[in-house]
Design a binder for this molecule. Structure first.
Ligand code: GRF
Length: 265
C-alpha cells in the first residue's frame, strides 16, 4: 500500500486490506466541500498542488484542467505542459494560459532510454506532485516511472481492461460493444494496465463512428479527469495493489496500519 501526500511525500507499502469507509471516487462535482474554503484565493493557489500535464494532440483534456485550476479552491496548479511533438493545439492552449511548455521528441534522442531520461529530467525540473497524461501518445519509460512512482495519472478512452492501446475507440466500434467509456488510471510499466482510479460508461449508438463516439466519450472523460486530479491532489490517495482509494480520510486502511492521514496539498 502506498499513501501519497505533500508537503512531506510519504510512501508506505503492504499487501491486502479492505477498502476505506468512503470507497473509490464519487460522482460529485469537483468543487464540493473543498478544504480551505474561505481562505483568500491567492493563499490557496500558492499552496495548490503542482502538476505537469503531458499531451500529444488537441488538448481538450488539458484545457479542462487549465480551466479548473483557475478556481483557487480546486487546489491544483499546472506548472508546465510537455509534449512529444511540436505544433499541436495542446501546446498552444498552454501558451495561451501562460503555462510554460516543453517538447521532448523521441527522434531527437539516439534511443528510447535517452528520451526517457530527458523527459524525466524535464518534468522533474518542475517538481510536480502529480504528472497527468492527457492524450499523451507515448509509453513512459522505466526512468520516468521510477522517478514518479504511483504519481502518474493517465486517461484512456475505453473501459479498461477492454481496448487498451492507441486505437481504443476504433477497436470498441469494430468489436461491436454496446457500452464503452473512459478510464482514469495510474500508469505502470504496461500499456494501459495500471490501477484504475475511476471509470465512466458511454453507450454506443447504432450510427456511431469512431469520431462521433470519441467526442461523446471525451465529454465524460474531461469531467472524470478533472474530478480525479482534483480529489487526489486535495485529499491524497492510497494505492493498495490494484485498488486506488481517494480521500479515505483515515479509513480502515490507515487505522489498521497506523499510517497517518496525509494530503498532497
Ligand atoms: C483522449 O480521448 C485520450 O484519452 C486519448 O486521446 C484523447 C485526447 O484528447 N488518448 P485531447 O487531446 O485531450 O482533446
Amino acid at each position: 500500500m502506498s499513501t501519497h501526500a505533500t508537503p512531506d511525500s510519504q510512501h508506505t507499502s503492504r499487501s491486502g486490506g479492505g477498502p476505506p469507509s468512503d470507497g473509490p471516487l464519487s460522482d460529485g462535482p469537483p468543487d464540493d466541500g473543498l478544504p480551505g474554503d474561505g481562505l483568500p484565493g491567492a493563499a490557496l493557489l500558492a499552496g495548490a498542488v503542482p502538476i505537469v500535464v503531458l499531451v500529444s494532440g488537441s488538448g481538450t483534456n488539458l484545457q479542462a484542467l487549465l480551466d479548473a485550476a483557475t478556481v483557487a479552491s480546486y487546489g491544483v496548479r499546472v506548472v508546465a505542459v510537455g509534449a512529444d511533438r511540436h505544433g499541436i493545439e495542446g501546446l498552444a492552449r498552454a501558451e495561451r494560459a501562460g503555462v510554460p511548455t516543453f517538447v521532448e521528441r523521441v527522434t531527437d534522442h539516439p534511443d528510447r532510454s535517452g528520451w526517457d531520461a530527458a523527459l524525466t529530467t524535464r518534468v522533474a525540473g518542475f517538481a510536480p506532485r502529480l504528472v497527468v497524461g492527457a492524450g499523451f501518445m507515448r509509453i513512459l519509460g522505466p526512468a520516468f516511472l521510477a522517478a514518479f512512482s504511483d504519481r502518474v495519472i493517465n486517461t484512456h478512452p475505453a473501459l479498461l481492461p477492454s481496448f487498451p492501446g492507441a486505437h481504443a475507440v476504433r477497436d470498441a466500434v469494430a468489436y461491436g460493444v454496446a457500452v464503452t467509456g473512459c478510464t482514469c488510471h495510474l500508469v505502470d510499466a504496461g500499456v494501459d494496465t495500471g490501477p484504475i482510479i475511476a471509470q465512466r460508461a458511454v453507450e454506443v449508438l447504432p450510427a456511431d463512428t469512431e469520431g462521433s463516439l470519441h467526442e461523446r466519450i471525451k465529454v465524460l472523460e474531461r469531467a472524470m479527469l478533472v474530478e480525479c486530479v482534483g480529489r487526489m491532489a486535495r485529499e491524497g490517495y492510497v494505492v493498495d495493489g490494484r485498488r486506488v482509494y481517494v480521500g479515505s480520510g483515515g479509513g480502515p486502511h490507515r487505522a489498521a496500519d497506523k499510517v497517518e492521514t496525509t494530503r498532497l496539498a
